[in-house]
Design a protein around this ligand. Structure first.
Ligand code: UGA
Length: 432
Protein backbone atom coordinates (compact mmCIF):
# COMPACT_ATOMS: atom_id res chain seq x y z
CA UNK A 1 0.00 0.00 0.00
CA UNK A 2 0.99 3.64 -0.24
CA UNK A 3 1.22 5.75 2.89
CA UNK A 4 2.15 9.34 3.63
CA UNK A 5 3.26 10.40 7.09
CA UNK A 6 3.13 14.05 8.09
CA UNK A 7 5.67 14.93 10.79
CA UNK A 8 9.03 13.22 11.29
CA UNK A 9 9.38 13.45 15.07
CA UNK A 10 9.63 10.27 17.16
CA UNK A 11 6.21 8.96 16.25
CA UNK A 12 6.18 10.00 12.57
CA UNK A 13 9.68 8.91 11.72
CA UNK A 14 9.39 5.53 13.43
CA UNK A 15 5.96 4.94 11.86
CA UNK A 16 7.29 5.84 8.41
CA UNK A 17 10.37 3.63 8.70
CA UNK A 18 8.43 0.68 10.13
CA UNK A 19 5.71 0.91 7.45
CA UNK A 20 8.40 0.94 4.76
CA UNK A 21 10.06 -2.02 6.46
CA UNK A 22 6.75 -3.87 6.30
CA UNK A 23 6.87 -3.44 2.52
CA UNK A 24 4.68 -0.36 2.00
CA UNK A 25 5.62 2.61 -0.16
CA UNK A 26 6.05 5.53 2.24
CA UNK A 27 6.50 9.28 1.83
CA UNK A 28 7.40 11.22 4.98
CA UNK A 29 6.56 14.91 4.93
CA UNK A 30 8.07 17.54 7.20
CA UNK A 31 8.09 21.32 6.98
CA UNK A 32 11.74 21.49 8.11
CA UNK A 33 13.94 21.26 4.97
CA UNK A 34 17.12 20.59 6.98
CA UNK A 35 15.53 17.62 8.71
CA UNK A 36 14.19 16.32 5.40
CA UNK A 37 17.64 16.60 3.78
CA UNK A 38 19.30 14.73 6.65
CA UNK A 39 16.70 11.96 6.69
CA UNK A 40 16.74 11.61 2.90
CA UNK A 41 20.49 11.08 3.24
CA UNK A 42 19.86 8.22 5.68
CA UNK A 43 20.93 10.18 8.78
CA UNK A 44 18.53 9.69 11.73
CA UNK A 45 17.50 12.93 13.46
CA UNK A 46 16.79 11.16 16.76
CA UNK A 47 18.83 8.77 18.88
CA UNK A 48 16.89 5.52 18.63
CA UNK A 49 18.34 2.04 18.68
CA UNK A 50 18.01 0.14 15.40
CA UNK A 51 16.52 3.09 13.50
CA UNK A 52 19.60 4.12 11.48
CA UNK A 53 20.21 0.87 9.58
CA UNK A 54 16.49 0.37 8.91
CA UNK A 55 16.18 3.94 7.61
CA UNK A 56 19.10 3.56 5.18
CA UNK A 57 17.93 0.13 4.01
CA UNK A 58 14.39 1.36 3.25
CA UNK A 59 15.75 4.40 1.37
CA UNK A 60 18.17 2.22 -0.62
CA UNK A 61 15.40 -0.21 -1.49
CA UNK A 62 13.33 2.73 -2.80
CA UNK A 63 10.42 2.32 -0.37
CA UNK A 64 10.97 5.43 1.73
CA UNK A 65 11.27 9.05 0.61
CA UNK A 66 11.30 12.38 2.44
CA UNK A 67 9.92 15.68 1.23
CA UNK A 68 8.64 19.06 2.38
CA UNK A 69 5.88 18.98 -0.28
CA UNK A 70 2.46 17.60 0.67
CA UNK A 71 1.54 17.11 -2.97
CA UNK A 72 4.41 14.64 -3.42
CA UNK A 73 2.91 12.18 -0.93
CA UNK A 74 -0.72 12.79 0.02
CA UNK A 75 -2.70 12.62 -3.24
CA UNK A 76 -1.19 9.24 -4.13
CA UNK A 77 -1.52 7.68 -0.66
CA UNK A 78 -4.11 5.12 0.44
CA UNK A 79 -3.60 6.36 3.98
CA UNK A 80 -2.25 9.71 5.26
CA UNK A 81 -0.96 9.79 8.85
CA UNK A 82 -0.79 12.91 10.97
CA UNK A 83 2.04 12.52 13.46
CA UNK A 84 2.88 16.08 14.45
CA UNK A 85 3.40 17.37 17.97
CA UNK A 86 0.64 18.46 20.33
CA UNK A 87 2.66 20.40 22.92
CA UNK A 88 1.20 21.80 26.11
CA UNK A 89 -0.26 25.29 25.77
CA UNK A 90 -0.17 27.97 28.46
CA UNK A 91 -3.35 26.54 30.06
CA UNK A 92 -2.10 22.93 30.21
CA UNK A 93 -4.21 21.92 27.21
CA UNK A 94 -2.99 20.20 24.03
CA UNK A 95 -2.03 22.77 21.43
CA UNK A 96 -3.62 21.63 18.16
CA UNK A 97 -2.02 24.26 15.92
CA UNK A 98 0.27 21.76 14.18
CA UNK A 99 -2.49 19.16 13.76
CA UNK A 100 -4.76 21.74 12.20
CA UNK A 101 -2.01 23.03 9.88
CA UNK A 102 -1.24 19.45 8.77
CA UNK A 103 -4.95 18.68 8.20
CA UNK A 104 -5.41 21.85 6.13
CA UNK A 105 -2.27 21.18 4.08
CA UNK A 106 -3.55 17.66 3.36
CA UNK A 107 -6.91 19.14 2.30
CA UNK A 108 -5.09 21.52 -0.06
CA UNK A 109 -3.64 18.70 -2.16
CA UNK A 110 -6.15 15.82 -2.13
CA UNK A 111 -9.14 15.22 -4.35
CA UNK A 112 -10.33 11.60 -4.31
CA UNK A 113 -11.21 9.41 -1.29
CA UNK A 114 -8.64 9.95 1.44
CA UNK A 115 -8.21 8.17 4.76
CA UNK A 116 -6.58 10.47 7.31
CA UNK A 117 -5.21 8.73 10.41
CA UNK A 118 -4.30 10.69 13.51
CA UNK A 119 -1.35 9.24 15.43
CA UNK A 120 -0.68 12.43 17.39
CA UNK A 121 -2.03 12.43 20.94
CA UNK A 122 -5.18 14.54 20.66
CA UNK A 123 -8.12 15.33 22.98
CA UNK A 124 -11.37 13.44 22.35
CA UNK A 125 -13.30 15.14 19.58
CA UNK A 126 -10.21 16.19 17.62
CA UNK A 127 -10.52 13.58 14.86
CA UNK A 128 -13.95 15.01 14.02
CA UNK A 129 -12.33 18.44 13.79
CA UNK A 130 -9.53 17.00 11.63
CA UNK A 131 -12.17 15.75 9.19
CA UNK A 132 -13.65 19.23 9.04
CA UNK A 133 -10.25 20.95 8.68
CA UNK A 134 -9.33 18.67 5.77
CA UNK A 135 -12.76 19.10 4.18
CA UNK A 136 -12.63 22.90 4.47
CA UNK A 137 -9.61 22.96 2.14
CA UNK A 138 -10.39 20.02 -0.14
CA UNK A 139 -12.48 20.34 -3.30
CA UNK A 140 -16.22 19.91 -2.76
CA UNK A 141 -17.31 16.30 -2.79
CA UNK A 142 -13.97 14.86 -1.63
CA UNK A 143 -14.61 11.68 0.37
CA UNK A 144 -12.68 12.02 3.63
CA UNK A 145 -12.58 9.38 6.37
CA UNK A 146 -10.75 9.81 9.67
CA UNK A 147 -9.25 7.14 11.92
CA UNK A 148 -7.81 7.56 15.40
CA UNK A 149 -4.75 5.34 15.79
CA UNK A 150 -2.87 6.45 18.92
CA UNK A 151 0.76 5.50 19.37
CA UNK A 152 2.18 3.74 22.43
CA UNK A 153 5.89 3.51 21.63
CA UNK A 154 8.47 4.60 24.20
CA UNK A 155 11.44 6.75 23.33
CA UNK A 156 14.64 4.77 23.49
CA UNK A 157 12.89 1.57 22.44
CA UNK A 158 10.65 2.99 19.74
CA UNK A 159 11.52 0.50 16.99
CA UNK A 160 11.26 -2.51 19.30
CA UNK A 161 7.96 -1.25 20.72
CA UNK A 162 6.46 -0.80 17.26
CA UNK A 163 7.32 -4.35 16.25
CA UNK A 164 6.21 -5.79 19.60
CA UNK A 165 3.22 -3.61 20.46
CA UNK A 166 0.69 -4.88 23.01
CA UNK A 167 -2.20 -3.58 20.99
CA UNK A 168 -3.26 -1.59 17.98
CA UNK A 169 -6.12 0.79 18.71
CA UNK A 170 -8.22 1.70 15.69
CA UNK A 171 -11.00 4.18 16.32
CA UNK A 172 -13.23 4.76 13.31
CA UNK A 173 -16.82 5.36 12.31
CA UNK A 174 -16.03 4.56 8.69
CA UNK A 175 -15.59 0.78 8.80
CA UNK A 176 -13.80 0.62 5.44
CA UNK A 177 -11.21 3.15 6.64
CA UNK A 178 -10.67 1.19 9.85
CA UNK A 179 -10.23 -2.01 7.83
CA UNK A 180 -7.62 -0.34 5.64
CA UNK A 181 -5.53 0.75 8.64
CA UNK A 182 -5.85 -2.73 10.15
CA UNK A 183 -4.61 -4.23 6.87
CA UNK A 184 -1.67 -1.81 6.71
CA UNK A 185 -0.37 -3.02 10.07
CA UNK A 186 -1.45 -6.67 9.69
CA UNK A 187 2.13 -7.97 9.16
CA UNK A 188 2.96 -6.85 12.73
CA UNK A 189 0.49 -9.45 14.06
CA UNK A 190 -0.53 -7.24 16.97
CA UNK A 191 -3.86 -7.66 18.81
CA UNK A 192 -6.33 -5.11 17.46
CA UNK A 193 -9.09 -3.25 19.30
CA UNK A 194 -11.64 -1.45 17.13
CA UNK A 195 -13.47 1.41 18.82
CA UNK A 196 -15.31 4.63 18.12
CA UNK A 197 -13.24 7.80 17.64
CA UNK A 198 -13.63 9.29 21.13
CA UNK A 199 -12.78 6.05 22.94
CA UNK A 200 -9.58 5.61 20.91
CA UNK A 201 -8.59 9.19 21.68
CA UNK A 202 -9.27 8.71 25.38
CA UNK A 203 -7.44 5.34 25.55
CA UNK A 204 -4.19 7.14 24.80
CA UNK A 205 -4.58 9.74 27.57
CA UNK A 206 -5.93 7.18 30.01
CA UNK A 207 -2.98 4.83 29.39
CA UNK A 208 -0.31 7.49 29.81
CA UNK A 209 -1.96 8.99 32.86
CA UNK A 210 -2.38 5.55 34.44
CA UNK A 211 1.33 4.76 33.94
CA UNK A 212 2.29 8.20 35.31
CA UNK A 213 -0.01 7.52 38.25
CA UNK A 214 1.77 4.21 38.94
CA UNK A 215 5.09 6.08 39.08
CA UNK A 216 3.72 8.78 41.38
CA UNK A 217 2.14 6.07 43.53
CA UNK A 218 5.42 4.22 44.01
CA UNK A 219 7.22 7.51 44.61
CA UNK A 220 4.78 8.16 47.45
CA UNK A 221 5.38 4.62 48.74
CA UNK A 222 9.08 5.54 48.79
CA UNK A 223 8.24 8.49 51.04
CA UNK A 224 6.31 6.23 53.38
CA UNK A 225 9.02 3.53 53.23
CA UNK A 226 11.68 6.08 54.21
CA UNK A 227 9.67 7.13 57.21
CA UNK A 228 8.80 3.67 58.52
CA UNK A 229 12.06 1.93 57.64
CA UNK A 230 10.91 -0.21 54.70
CA UNK A 231 12.57 -0.76 51.30
CA UNK A 232 10.48 0.53 48.38
CA UNK A 233 12.18 -1.75 45.84
CA UNK A 234 11.00 -4.76 47.84
CA UNK A 235 7.54 -3.24 48.23
CA UNK A 236 7.37 -2.75 44.44
CA UNK A 237 8.55 -6.29 43.83
CA UNK A 238 5.96 -7.71 46.20
CA UNK A 239 3.20 -5.62 44.67
CA UNK A 240 4.27 -6.46 41.13
CA UNK A 241 4.08 -10.20 41.78
CA UNK A 242 0.33 -9.73 41.78
CA UNK A 243 -0.50 -10.11 38.09
CA UNK A 244 -3.34 -7.64 38.47
CA UNK A 245 -0.82 -4.94 39.42
CA UNK A 246 2.19 -5.98 37.20
CA UNK A 247 5.78 -5.08 38.07
CA UNK A 248 6.16 -2.44 35.35
CA UNK A 249 6.35 1.30 36.06
CA UNK A 250 6.89 0.73 39.76
CA UNK A 251 10.42 2.07 39.96
CA UNK A 252 10.68 4.88 42.45
CA UNK A 253 13.08 7.63 41.45
CA UNK A 254 13.35 11.25 40.51
CA UNK A 255 9.86 11.54 39.01
CA UNK A 256 8.75 11.12 35.41
CA UNK A 257 9.78 13.46 32.61
CA UNK A 258 9.71 13.42 28.82
CA UNK A 259 7.38 14.82 26.24
CA UNK A 260 4.38 12.68 27.14
CA UNK A 261 3.53 11.87 30.76
CA UNK A 262 3.77 15.44 32.15
CA UNK A 263 1.79 16.97 29.27
CA UNK A 264 -0.78 14.20 28.88
CA UNK A 265 -1.57 14.02 32.59
CA UNK A 266 -2.21 17.77 32.64
CA UNK A 267 -4.16 17.64 29.38
CA UNK A 268 -6.48 14.88 30.63
CA UNK A 269 -7.12 16.91 33.77
CA UNK A 270 -8.11 19.83 31.53
CA UNK A 271 -10.22 17.62 29.24
CA UNK A 272 -12.13 16.39 32.30
CA UNK A 273 -12.48 19.93 33.66
CA UNK A 274 -13.93 21.17 30.37
CA UNK A 275 -16.36 18.27 30.47
CA UNK A 276 -17.44 19.38 33.96
CA UNK A 277 -15.54 16.78 35.99
CA UNK A 278 -12.69 17.17 38.47
CA UNK A 279 -10.08 14.48 37.72
CA UNK A 280 -8.60 13.97 41.18
CA UNK A 281 -6.00 11.35 40.19
CA UNK A 282 -4.64 13.51 37.36
CA UNK A 283 -4.05 16.43 39.71
CA UNK A 284 -2.53 14.26 42.44
CA UNK A 285 -0.23 12.44 39.98
CA UNK A 286 1.10 15.73 38.70
CA UNK A 287 1.49 17.21 42.17
CA UNK A 288 3.44 14.21 43.50
CA UNK A 289 5.72 14.33 40.47
CA UNK A 290 6.59 17.99 41.00
CA UNK A 291 7.31 17.26 44.63
CA UNK A 292 9.53 14.31 43.73
CA UNK A 293 11.77 16.41 41.50
CA UNK A 294 12.51 18.79 44.39
CA UNK A 295 13.28 16.03 46.83
CA UNK A 296 16.90 15.43 45.87
CA UNK A 297 17.98 19.01 46.56
CA UNK A 298 15.97 19.00 49.81
CA UNK A 299 17.73 15.80 50.88
CA UNK A 300 21.13 17.28 50.02
CA UNK A 301 20.29 20.45 51.95
CA UNK A 302 19.28 18.37 54.95
CA UNK A 303 22.58 16.47 54.74
CA UNK A 304 24.93 19.42 54.14
CA UNK A 305 23.08 22.37 55.71
CA UNK A 306 24.05 24.55 52.72
CA UNK A 307 25.12 23.80 49.15
CA UNK A 308 26.85 27.14 48.68
CA UNK A 309 30.15 26.73 46.77
CA UNK A 310 29.89 22.94 46.88
CA UNK A 311 31.07 21.11 43.75
CA UNK A 312 28.21 18.88 42.68
CA UNK A 313 28.36 16.35 39.86
CA UNK A 314 25.16 15.42 38.09
CA UNK A 315 25.28 12.10 36.28
CA UNK A 316 22.71 12.01 33.49
CA UNK A 317 20.76 14.77 31.78
CA UNK A 318 18.15 13.11 29.52
CA UNK A 319 14.79 12.28 31.09
CA UNK A 320 15.62 8.58 30.85
CA UNK A 321 18.38 6.40 29.38
CA UNK A 322 18.42 5.41 25.72
CA UNK A 323 17.43 8.85 24.46
CA UNK A 324 18.95 12.30 24.12
CA UNK A 325 15.55 13.92 24.65
CA UNK A 326 15.67 16.71 27.21
CA UNK A 327 11.98 17.61 27.24
CA UNK A 328 10.75 17.95 30.84
CA UNK A 329 13.95 16.26 32.02
CA UNK A 330 14.07 16.34 35.85
CA UNK A 331 17.81 17.14 35.58
CA UNK A 332 16.93 20.66 34.41
CA UNK A 333 14.89 21.59 37.47
CA UNK A 334 17.50 20.00 39.74
CA UNK A 335 20.26 22.07 38.10
CA UNK A 336 18.14 25.21 38.51
CA UNK A 337 17.63 24.53 42.23
CA UNK A 338 21.33 23.75 42.72
CA UNK A 339 22.29 27.03 41.09
CA UNK A 340 19.82 28.88 43.30
CA UNK A 341 21.52 27.30 46.32
CA UNK A 342 24.89 28.57 45.08
CA UNK A 343 26.43 25.19 44.13
CA UNK A 344 29.01 24.72 41.36
CA UNK A 345 27.52 22.17 38.98
CA UNK A 346 29.33 19.76 36.66
CA UNK A 347 27.26 17.48 34.42
CA UNK A 348 27.99 14.39 32.39
CA UNK A 349 25.69 12.47 30.06
CA UNK A 350 26.98 9.86 27.59
CA UNK A 351 24.51 10.89 24.87
CA UNK A 352 22.43 13.98 25.68
CA UNK A 353 25.16 16.60 26.28
CA UNK A 354 24.77 18.19 22.84
CA UNK A 355 20.97 18.47 23.01
CA UNK A 356 21.21 19.72 26.60
CA UNK A 357 23.85 22.40 25.94
CA UNK A 358 21.48 25.23 24.91
CA UNK A 359 19.28 24.51 27.94
CA UNK A 360 21.98 24.68 30.59
CA UNK A 361 22.98 27.84 32.48
CA UNK A 362 26.33 29.20 31.27
CA UNK A 363 28.09 28.46 34.54
CA UNK A 364 27.36 24.72 34.37
CA UNK A 365 30.44 22.75 33.34
CA UNK A 366 29.89 19.86 30.94
CA UNK A 367 32.43 17.09 31.40
CA UNK A 368 33.58 14.94 28.49
CA UNK A 369 33.65 11.70 30.42
CA UNK A 370 32.72 10.13 33.72
CA UNK A 371 36.18 10.42 35.22
CA UNK A 372 36.44 14.11 34.40
CA UNK A 373 33.00 14.74 35.91
CA UNK A 374 33.94 13.14 39.23
CA UNK A 375 37.28 14.84 39.63
CA UNK A 376 37.21 17.05 42.73
CA UNK A 377 33.47 16.62 43.32
CA UNK A 378 32.00 17.08 46.80
CA UNK A 379 28.86 15.08 46.06
CA UNK A 380 27.58 12.98 43.16
CA UNK A 381 23.91 12.94 42.11
CA UNK A 382 22.91 10.05 39.85
CA UNK A 383 19.87 11.26 37.93
CA UNK A 384 19.59 9.12 34.76
CA UNK A 385 20.29 5.40 34.95
CA UNK A 386 22.52 5.02 31.88
CA UNK A 387 24.35 1.65 31.67
CA UNK A 388 27.66 3.48 31.98
CA UNK A 389 26.62 4.64 35.46
CA UNK A 390 25.07 1.32 36.46
CA UNK A 391 28.33 -0.40 35.57
CA UNK A 392 30.66 2.19 37.05
CA UNK A 393 33.29 1.20 39.54
CA UNK A 394 32.13 2.92 42.73
CA UNK A 395 35.68 3.11 44.01
CA UNK A 396 36.13 5.91 41.43
CA UNK A 397 34.07 8.12 43.74
CA UNK A 398 36.44 7.44 46.63
CA UNK A 399 39.53 8.00 44.54
CA UNK A 400 38.46 11.04 42.49
CA UNK A 401 35.97 12.99 44.59
CA UNK A 402 36.97 15.19 47.48
CA UNK A 403 34.06 13.81 49.52
CA UNK A 404 32.82 10.27 49.27
CA UNK A 405 29.08 10.83 48.83
CA UNK A 406 26.56 9.47 46.30
CA UNK A 407 22.88 10.36 45.99
CA UNK A 408 21.48 7.58 43.81
CA UNK A 409 18.08 8.85 42.66
CA UNK A 410 17.40 5.75 40.52
CA UNK A 411 18.18 3.06 43.11
CA UNK A 412 20.81 1.61 40.79
CA UNK A 413 23.19 0.22 43.41
CA UNK A 414 22.73 -2.41 46.10
CA UNK A 415 23.78 -2.22 49.74
CA UNK A 416 26.67 -4.62 49.00
CA UNK A 417 27.98 -2.50 46.07
CA UNK A 418 28.05 0.52 48.31
CA UNK A 419 29.52 -1.22 51.35
CA UNK A 420 32.47 -2.58 49.44
CA UNK A 421 33.18 0.86 47.94
CA UNK A 422 32.93 2.43 51.39
CA UNK A 423 30.94 5.47 50.28
CA UNK A 424 28.20 7.43 51.98
CA UNK A 425 25.09 6.46 50.07
CA UNK A 426 21.63 7.98 49.81
CA UNK A 427 18.88 6.44 47.63
CA UNK A 428 15.09 6.61 47.25
CA UNK A 429 12.83 4.90 49.74
CA UNK A 430 15.49 2.49 50.95
CA UNK A 431 16.36 3.74 54.43
CA UNK A 432 19.51 5.47 53.21
C1 UGA B 1 5.59 7.07 27.40
C2 UGA B 1 4.78 5.77 27.39
O1 UGA B 1 5.47 4.76 28.13
C3 UGA B 1 4.54 5.27 25.96
O2 UGA B 1 3.69 4.13 25.98
C4 UGA B 1 3.86 6.41 25.16
O3 UGA B 1 3.65 6.04 23.81
C5 UGA B 1 4.74 7.64 25.20
O4 UGA B 1 4.93 8.04 26.58
C6 UGA B 1 4.04 8.72 24.41
O5 UGA B 1 2.93 9.10 24.76
O6 UGA B 1 4.58 9.11 23.36
P1 UGA B 1 8.20 7.71 27.15
O7 UGA B 1 7.78 9.08 27.57
O8 UGA B 1 9.05 7.54 25.96
O9 UGA B 1 6.89 6.79 26.87
O10 UGA B 1 8.99 7.08 28.36
P2 UGA B 1 8.75 5.99 29.51
O11 UGA B 1 9.70 4.88 29.31
O12 UGA B 1 7.34 5.64 29.64
O13 UGA B 1 9.24 6.83 30.78
C7 UGA B 1 8.62 8.05 31.15
C8 UGA B 1 9.22 8.58 32.42
O14 UGA B 1 8.84 7.79 33.54
C9 UGA B 1 10.76 8.62 32.45
O15 UGA B 1 11.17 9.85 33.01
C10 UGA B 1 11.15 7.47 33.34
O16 UGA B 1 12.37 7.66 34.00
C11 UGA B 1 9.97 7.47 34.33
N1 UGA B 1 9.74 6.15 34.97
C12 UGA B 1 9.31 5.11 34.23
C13 UGA B 1 9.94 6.03 36.34
O17 UGA B 1 10.32 6.98 37.04
N2 UGA B 1 9.66 4.81 36.93
C14 UGA B 1 9.24 3.74 36.21
O18 UGA B 1 9.01 2.67 36.82
C15 UGA B 1 9.06 3.89 34.83
Amino acid sequence: MKAAVVGTGYVGLVTGVVLARLGHQVTCIDKDPEKVAKLAGGIPTIHEEGLGPMLSACIDEGRLTFTTAYDEGCPQADVVFIAVGTPEDSEGKANLTFVRAAAESIGDVISGRTVVVTKSTVPPGTNRKVKQWVADKAPAGTDIAVVSNPEFLRQGSAVYDTFHADRLIIGAEDIRAGDLVEKLFAPLEVPVLRTDLESAELIKYASNTFLAMKISFINEMAQIADRIGADVTKVAKGMGMDRRISPDFLKAGIGYGGSCFPKDTKALTRIAEEAGYEFTYGKATDHVNDQQKNLLVEKALFRFGSLKDMNITLLGLSFKPGTDDMREAPSLSIIESLMEEGANVTVYDPVAAEKAAPLLPETVVTANDLKESLDGSDSVFLVTEWDEFKQMDLSMIASLCSQNILFDERNVFTEEDVKSAGIEYHSVGRRS
